[in-house]
Design a protein around this ligand. Structure first.
Ligand SMILES: NC(=O)c1ccc[n+]([C@@H]2O[C@H](COP(=O)([O-])OP(=O)(O)OC[C@H]3O[C@@H](n4cnc5c(N)ncnc54)[C@H](O)[C@@H]3O)[C@@H](O)[C@H]2O)c1
Length: 428
């Protein structure tokens, strides 16, 4: 029997904890041997869960990377603006890297990370978890590549963020302000642009245009009589985004997982800690009075080499939370995906076939995030490291860098109000 892959975790927040949990499910395959996080609560929690030696606990990743290499791979799960430096430093030290998306917040930094990993000869897997969703994987491998819908002609893809999810993460939370994290298309939709690029056969995008803005969650829409904080607000009962409704009502019903868990970063959530967080922390603020500036709705139109077109929409104001909806029009059939199943209508026989996929992720271990895709991403990364086989990674440096660069070009189009021709200097 081979020994388990040893991993260290940089950033023991939500994502770091989720990926690390794989080691609790498969201790014979992975061992978490170190953690770096400035939050004592977060690093102690991970230390206890994985019985990590005291000497391998760090407040900051700089001290960790200076130590002689003591693991095979690193999971980098720090906030968006803290990806590049640790990714490059650990790659140079010879660690294989699982890097959360977005890779980095500028195109140059994304390219620099890929270059550092390539030069160091280490594997890089980016947290594009949807690539590992069995149903989404089936769309590409079993349906598009197998020729079932013929040539891909057009892709229509919707990302419904969800009204309270958007208020939580993109109005009050960590991804609300571009200068502190990144723009919404990168933070939220780099997954989707990556899928579209992948389904379009990873062809080069030749034209891209984008429009979008921040709607509704602005000071001008603050209702008359509303307070700065929901706990003090007399009109909060009529507000769908009330923090009392989103957090207090949930914890009263015994729900202490996301999003409630996020608002108490230094303790376990209960009525007392949640109330305290809403009284003093960012999540108790009126959604019409925050320092948010990221888009709540954005569209991107793309044309790929060979004439394949794609239309993407991201919108905050939806009932569904992140259940993507896709239609792929092919020369022989139409494929539609609603987040639960795939339906293919064949133009020759004029019949429809439904396709499902089995999720093998063990739900009782809490690894069901993103429909089990988090589990499958970690499974693939560990297999790649254990077998020294980068082909097992679906979100490797090549296509991932290309789709990230496309996100930056789309945002450039939105900001400059014009069609962008990626890679064509005669139009820039
Ligand atoms: N793949 C996905 O679908 C997905 C989903 C959510 C978030 N993310 C991305 O994952 C990353 C982490 O998100 P999260 O939700 O876990 O955030 P989080 O805030 O829960 O966790 C981030 C952690 O990093 C720690 N940290 C900050 N500075 C550090 C440093 N110098 N050294 C070590 N640790 C440090 C913080 O204390 C915190 O515990 C972000 O880039 C986010 O965009 C990806």
């Amino acid at each position: 029997m081979t020994s388990p892959v040893r991993v260290i975790v940089v950033g023991a927040g939500c994502r770091g904890e989720i990926y690390s949990h794989y080691a609790s499910i498969h201790p014979e395959r992975v061992e978490v041997v170190g953690v770096a996080d400035p939050r004592k609560f977060a690093r102690t929690k991970l230390q206890q869960q994985h019985k990590i030696e005291d000497e391998n606990i760090f407040e900051d990743w700089h001290n960790m990377v200076e130590r002689e290499k003591f693991a095979d791979a690193v999971l980098i799960c720090t906030p968006d603006r803290l990806h590049k430096e640790p990714a490059m430093a650990f790659a140079k030290k010879g660690y294989h890297v699982l890097l959360e998306k977005p890779m980095a917040t500028t195109a140059e930094d994304c390219s620099a990370i890929v270059e550092a990993c390539t030069l160091s000869g280490v594997m890089l897997s980016v947290g594009h978890v949807l690539r590992y969703d069995p149903l989404i994987h089936k769309i590409k491998v079993n349906l598009i590549d197998a020729g079932v819908i013929g040539d891909v002609i057009h892709i229509q893809h919707l990302e419904p963020v969800g009204f309270y999810h958007f208020a939580h993460s993109f109005v009050r939370g960590s991804w609300r302000n571009e200068a502190e994290s990144s723009f919404a298309l990168l933070a939220k939709s780099c997954h989707d642009i990556d899928l579209i690029h992948h389904w379009a056969g990873a062809r080069r995008c030749v034209k891209v245009s984008s429009f979008g803005s921040l709607s509704h969650f602005t000071k001008i829409n603050k209702p008359t009589g509303a307070a700065d904080r929901c706990l003090d607000c007399s009109v909060e009962r009529d507000c769908p985004y009330s923090a009392r409704k989103i957090y207090v009502d949930r914890v009263k019903q015994g729900h202490t997982g996301w999003p409630v868990s996020v608002i108490c970063p230094n303790s376990f959530p209960d009525i007392e800690s949640v109330t305290e967080a809403l009284r003093n922390g960012p999540y108790g603020r009126c959604v019409y009075d925050c320092d948010n500036d990221v888009c709540s709705n954005q569209v991107v139109n793309m044309e790929f080499e060979g004439g394949v077109t794609a239309a993407f929409s991201m919108v905050a104001f939806t009932e569904e939370i992140c259940q993507r909806k896709t239609t792929i029009s092919g020369s022989k059939g139409e494929l539609s995906y609603n987040g639960h199943e795939i339906r293919v209508f064949d133009f020759l026989t004029e019949t429809a076939t439904k396709h499902v996929a089995h999720i093998n992720a063990p739900k009782h271990f809490g690894m069901s995030g993103h429909g089990g895709a988090d589990y499958h991403l970690m499974d693939a990364f560990i297999s790649a490291v254990a077998n020294n086989d980068p082909s097992l990674i679906r979100s490797g440096p090549g296509e991932t860098l290309q789709s990230h660069l496309l996100v930056f070009e789309a945002e450039r189009s939105r900001l400059e109000g014009r069609v962008v021709y990626p890679g064509d200097t005669s139009h820039s």
